[in-house]
Design a protein around this ligand. Structure first.
Ligand code: PEP
Ligand code: MG
Length: 883
């Protein structure tokens, strides 16, 4: 089996299509090499080898050793250097590279191949002994940390002591002899810890590093990252071994990271950061604050140090050409790492760049406009889930802002929350229901769980490409990074900015679009829905087949949903209308009535109120279908539970407190979700559904007359299990319709249908369809009843269930396609067999979840219904599902 794939120097045994085998980094190195870009030669050990490595108890087969030897020979031949050659040594980097990028999660070793002999060769060939000894000490330090697992604090300390002894502050003031002395010290430290000398043989070093990279795939932080990002554990990582090029060979050398467009805004401008005389890790690790790439960006930021465009104009022009070439080649925004070694440009990585939601939208729309991609591709480029960030409010520009600091706008969006200083506390307080802002000097992969739990992230150090910035953008968390003016004392759980002290638990607001940090909570405003967003939605609507409706019952929600493009209401839950303070008394009177006559009197008071509700909704939804669900919850939900409330309610309803107490206890149920609710209420008290039906028809006639545009009510019966239940309820509705139409001398079209939210209903959908003109899948209850998992209590154990792989995701968020999905597919098929044009929709929470929407397309539902803010997400997801 081939495990080693070479690239560089005109050779390229793979391309960007080979990500599964070579990992993202390896595949793109091969691709860049094949299109003639300057890539340092190297080879990739495949992800298949990673899998085999674990299968064989973490051992390397002989055939791999042979292939790696050939790979090294390839690099030696192209560079003209020798691995372990004391006169002209080849140094390599060893890096991980999974199919998808996992920023900062896995291990890297640089400068490998140095030892007590080759360091001298490097000093000679480079003509720069200081550089050689600095590289050697970096290598020892990194290797001890990453491969040998030694505590790196001891090494940091040794460096600090060396600087103190010499009376200097900066690494750059260390001279060749100083580094050489420090190397000796490092060697002693390593040997003391290891019990044997630091490995001198480059071959031993290489295999150690390869093993460490494979090992990092199973590190705890990598596992957490995979869980959060839904990355399967069996993918494995590839290992890239590549000739070193040096950005730290003096003032004509540099290293940087860049995006071909702005990853925060999507603006079409080169965007990036670089450092003169530095190695790549210095930029990403946030140790030195990097500088701007372009003059324009530098000027905009009011920064002094020269941009690359100014300091290295020729190399910059060359780099800009590479950016254009890569973007045209990949037809997407690229995230690039490069190094300049003594004026020569080298490309170290390219990949599709992670971007904020706003940028994703702009880039997709712009690229379609530029003709680089098609409109359909643009629709497919934007993650529907990420739209969430754009649809939510941003800070009100008019609101008072008590700004105490300003950092880099690293990931857009605004967030308010209480300050916490470590990831565990963030996770803990978020679980308790607090909105938290995680405040760190800088973040590391160990903070991932806290970043995920936080509403926003604030760091004191690090640039736009620091760990915090990259991870926050990927997660859609607002982030302000590199806020140098906040002084954090994590031990004391406080930070100071502009002489103000902010402690753990204090409320702050961050604006990831401006970089502002404010004390207290700041008011927000609604997002802008025209522009790029509107354009993408137009394209999405052209591509989708399913209709998108909304779940709404208040006029405000209905209006929001219409603005977001809802094409009707898929679920209007009428019970929410009964909780209104003015009505609840009549509702309670109805519940407490001793007989039908008493109930009818109380319902008579509710009728005009309910009619008014529907009139408003029909008016807002003029010309669109409106699905109204008749009363669903168990009646006890409308009664008071606390002793103190009882007397008040008894007085209001005008019954004795004993009567009220007796009725409350009569209505008590052990399993109310499986109890006297849904159509069971209508079967036992048909007058309730009769009143609701009357309110619907009267309102519809009213609106039809006033507006000239008749609404299309779709009356929906909840929690049906049998054909007979629906037959009885339909009779009540039809009878009421006849009566109202007769009284008014006018009629409207309407449909009667049912929710399918019990397994029995799904199974018997064939006969239920005889009575129904539509089905709406109530996947909240259907999930609850199919899985036998209480939707209200599942939180206590579902997390563990997902961790243990019992369900791939929370089945109340993303449809359990295998189980609940099968019930839906079967019901759709059986319902259509009886009535080919039976209208099918979904109104459970899953109707706004992109993965579940894809399933709805597969079973050819007619529409999905989602909460107002999820309507655009559903429109985009439905389009993607259809494409
Ligand atoms: C459902 O069960 O999926 C549904 C939409 O109804 P509710 O959430 O009101 O029970
Ligand atoms: Mg339900």
């Amino acid at each position: 089996t081939q495990y080693v794939y070479r690239f560089g120097g005109g050779v390229s045994e793979g391309g960007s299509g080979d990500k599964n085998l070579l990992g993202g980094k390896g595949a793109n190195l091969a691709e860049m090499s094949s299109i003639g870009l300057p890539v340092p030669p190297g080879f990739t050990i495949s992800t298949e080898m990673c899998t085999r490595y674990y299968e064989e108890g973490q051992a390397f087969p002989d055939e791999l050793r042979e292939q790696v030897a050939a790979g090294i020979a390839h690099v030696e031949q192209i560079t003209g250097k020798g691995f372990g050659d004391a006169a002209d040594p080849l140094l390599v980097s060893v890096r991980s590279g999974a199919r998808v990028s996992m920023p900062g999660m896995m291990d890297t070793v640089l400068n490998l191949g140095l030892n007590d002999e080759t360091v001298k060769g490097l000093a000679d060939t480079s003509g720069d002994p200081r550089f050689a000894w600095d590289s050697y000490r970096r290598f020892i330090q990194m290797y001890c940390d990453v491969v040998l697992g030694l505590d790196h604090d001891a090494f940091e300390e040794a460096l600090e002591i060396a600087k103190e002894d010499k009376g200097i502050y900066l690494d750059t003031e260390m001279e060749s002899e100083d580094w050489q002395k420090l190397v000796g010290e490092y060697m002693r430290l390593a040997e003391a810890e290891l019990g044997h000398p630091f490995p001198q043989d480059p071959q031993d070093q290489l295999w150690g590093a390869v093993g460490a990279v494979f090992g990092s795939w199973q590190a705890e932080r990598a596992k957490v990252y995979r869980r959060i990002n839904d990355i399967p554990g069996d993918w494995g990582t590839a290992v890239n071994v590549q000739a070193m090029v040096f950005g730290n060979m003096g003032e004509t050398s540099a290293t940087g990271v860049a995006f071909t467009r702005d990853p925060a805004t999507g603006e079409r401008a080169y965007y990036g950061e670089w450092l003169i005389n530095a190695q790549g890790e210095d930029v990403v690790a946030g140790i030195r604050t990097p500088q701007y790439l372009t003059t324009a960006a530098r000027q905009r930021a009011g920064a002094k140090p020269a941009a690359m465009e100014e300091a290295m104009p020729e190399t910059f022009v060359e780099l800009a050409k590479v950016f254009d070439l890569l973007e045209n080649h990949y037809r997407d925004m690229q995230d690039i790492e490069f190094t300049v070694e003594r004026g020569k440009l080298w490309m170290l990585q390219t990949r599709s760049g992670k971007r904020a939601a706003k940028a994703a939208l702009k880039i997709a729309v712009d690229m379609a406009g530029e003709g680089l991609i098609t409109e359909e591709e643009a629709v497919l480029r934007v993650d529907p889930g990420a739209l969430d960030q754009l649809l939510h409010p941003t800070l009100d520009p008019e609101a008072e802002r008590d700004v105490i600091a300003r950092g880099l706008p690293a990931s857009p969006g605004a967030a308010s929350g209480v300050v916490v200083f470590d990831a565990d506390t963030a996770e803990h307080r978020a679980a308790m229901g607090d909105d938290v802002i995680l405040v760190r000097v800088e973040t590391s992969p160990e903070d991932i769980h806290g970043m995920h739990a936080a509403k926003g992230i604030l760091t004191a150090r690090g640039g736009m490409t620091s760990h915090a910035a990259v991870v926050a953008r990927g997660m859609g968390r607002p982030c302000v990074s590199g806020t140098g003016s906040v002084a954090i004392d994590a031990k004391a759980k406080m930070f100071t900015a502009m002489d103000r002290e902010i402690g753990e638990g204090d409320m702050i607001t961050i604006d990831g679009a401006t970089g502002e940090v404010m004390v207290g909570e700041v008011a927000t405003i609604q997002p802008e829905l025209a522009g790029d967003f509107g354009q993408l939605m137009v394209w999405a609507d052209k591509s989708r087949r399913m209709r998108v409706r909304t779940n709404a019952e208040t006029p405000a929600d209905c209006r929001t949903a219409r603005e977001f493009g809802a094409e009707g209401i898929g679920l209007c839950r009428t019970e929410h209308m009964f909780f209104d303070a003015a009505r609840i008394t009549a509702v309670r009177q109805m519940i407490l009535a001793e007989n039908e006559a008493g109930r009818r009197t109380a319902l008579g008071k509710l009728l005009p109120e309910q009619r008014q509700d529907f009139t408003e909704i029909f008016t807002i939804m003029a010309g669109l279908p409106v699905t109204i669900r008749l009363l669903d919850p168990p009646l006890h939900e409308f009664l008071p539970h606390g002793e103190d409330e009882l007397q008040e309610v008894a007085d209001a309803v005008d019954v004795s407190i004993d009567t009220l107490r007796r009725r409350v206890s009569e209505l008590h149920e052990f399993n109310p979700m499986l109890g006297h609710r849904g159509c069971r209420l209508g079967v036992t008290y048909p007058e309730i559904y009769e009143m609701q039906a009357r309110a619907i028809f009267e309102a519809a006639l009213d609106v039809a007359e006033k507006s000239g545009e008749a609404p299309i009510p779709e009356i929906m019966v909840p929690l049906v299990a049998t054909r007979r239940e629906l037959e009885l309820m339909k009779a009540v509705i039809d009878r009421t319709a006849d009566a109202v139409f007769e009284e008014k001398g006018a009629r409207v079209d309407f449909l009667v249908g049912t929710m399918i939210e019990l397994p029995r209903a799904a199974l018997r959908a064939g006969e239920i369809a005889e009575q129904a003109e539509f089905f709406s899948f109530g996947t909240n209850d259907l999930t609850q009843t199919a899985l036998g998992v209480s939707r209200d209590d599942a939180g206590r154990f579902l997390g563990t269930y997902v961790d243990q792989g019992i369900y791939p995701r929370d089945p109340f968020v993303t449809l359990d396609v295998e189980g609940v999905g099968e019930l839906i597919a079967l019901a759709a098929e059986r319902g259509r067999a009886t009535k080919p044009n039976v209208k099918l929709g979904i109104c459970g929470e899953h109707g706004g979840d992109p993965a579940s929407i894809a399933f709805c397309e597969q079973v050819a539902l007619d529409y999905v219904s989602a909460s107002p803010y999820r309507v655009p997400i559903a429109r985009l997801a439905a389009a993607q599902a259809a494409l």
